[in-house]
Design a binder for this molecule. Structure first.
Ligand code: SAM
Length: 287
């Protein structure tokens, strides 16, 4: 079958099945072969790889993944797309389509079943309304994943890659960078999709750390500290933490921790590195 990255072919399939795009599922299908080739190349897919694709749509990227990978498991929530996928992926024997909500799926079990528990690669043009829960879910459940190469909203990609002291730096930057090394592969304009989204997009690759960049006694305490710091951006870190209902420490204890770590009394959360947040969390763990 001719590739769906040819916009004419996509239109033909949509018409044949009388498919109605569903905004609530974030359906913007790729129609640009150049972008698709770039995603496959940057995800570094080989025949040894088992790929999880989240949201195959009508199968545009799935066709490329099937040609490059050993195995592709594609999880699609919209049941109206399932008959379409049976036709567009009929030539590929190494693809399994699962009609499920990816947020409800046991991905560790899936990696077990399709890749004998070895690390999988995740590749997707993500539905933007659930980008963060999908990515954080993959990290926090400690599913065996080698890398995550995804199309996301451009602003989100910038936040994931941002470093301390920049305007995009925040809780998402720290959460992502605790688990993975981010790299923005390409910016993608709205005209590469059908229908066009009203935001810019970017492809970002997150390569999971083999060894964590920092260790911390209590991960969940560190992330509570991070959230509390960035929830009140205009305050100093001291006031932000002191006013946060999530943090149970007195002003004196917070000041003592800052002194021990040689942080200035008026330090702001947005200047701290991941390692510094980890050190701070280790001090708070003693309270
Ligand atoms: N991969 C296709 C492409 O690039 O042309 C489609 C990408 S489109 C941005 C996102 C896809 O994710 C849609 O097909 C949508 O139905 C699907 N989707 C949305 N929410 C989902 C969920 N919770 N679980 C699985 N798939 C979902």
């Amino acid at each position: 079958m001719e590739k769906l990255s040819n916009p004419q072919k996509t239109i033909e399939v949509i018409k044949k099945y009388d498919f109605a795009f569903q905004k609530k599922f974030g359906q913007n299908f790729l129609i640009d072969a150049h972008v698709l080739n770039k995603i496959i190349a940057s995800a570094d897919i080989t025949k040894d790889d088992c790929v999880l694709e989240i949201g195959p749509g009508i199968g545009t990227m799935t066709q490329y993944l099937a040609e490059a990978a050993g195995k592709v498991v594609a999880v699609e929530i919209d049941r109206n797309l399932i008959p379409i996928l049976s036709e567009t992926l009929a030539d590929y024997e190494n693809v399994t389509v699962i009609n499920e909500d990816v947020l409800k799926l046991d991905i560790a079990k899936l990696a077990d079943e399709y890749n004998q528990g070895r690390p999988i690669k995740v590749v997707a043009n993500l539905p933007y309304y659930i980008t963060t829960p999908i990515i954080m879910g993959l990290f926090e459940s400690h599913v065996p994943v080698k890398s995550i190469t995804v199309m996301v909203q451009k602003e989100v990609a910038l936040r994931m890659q941002a470093g301390p002291g920049t305007k995009d730096y925040g809780a998402l930057s720290l959460a992502v960078q605790f688990y993975a090394e981010p790299y923005i592969v390409a910016n993608v304009p709205p005209n590469c999709f059908m229908p066009r989204p009203n935001v810019g997009s970017a492809v970002i690759r997150l390569t999971l750390h083999e060894n964590p960049p920092t260790t911390v006694k209590d991960e969940s305490l560190m992330f509570r500290l991070i959230r509390a710091s960035f929830n009140q951006r205009r305050k100093t870190l001291l006031n932000g933490l002191n006013n946060s209902p999530e943090i149970k420490a007195s002003k004196e204890q917070i000041q003592a921790a800052f002194e021990k770590l040689s942080f200035p009394a008026n330090v702001r959360g947005e200047t701290l590195t991941l390692k510094e947040f980890a050190a701070l969390a280790d001090e708070f763990a003693e309270f």
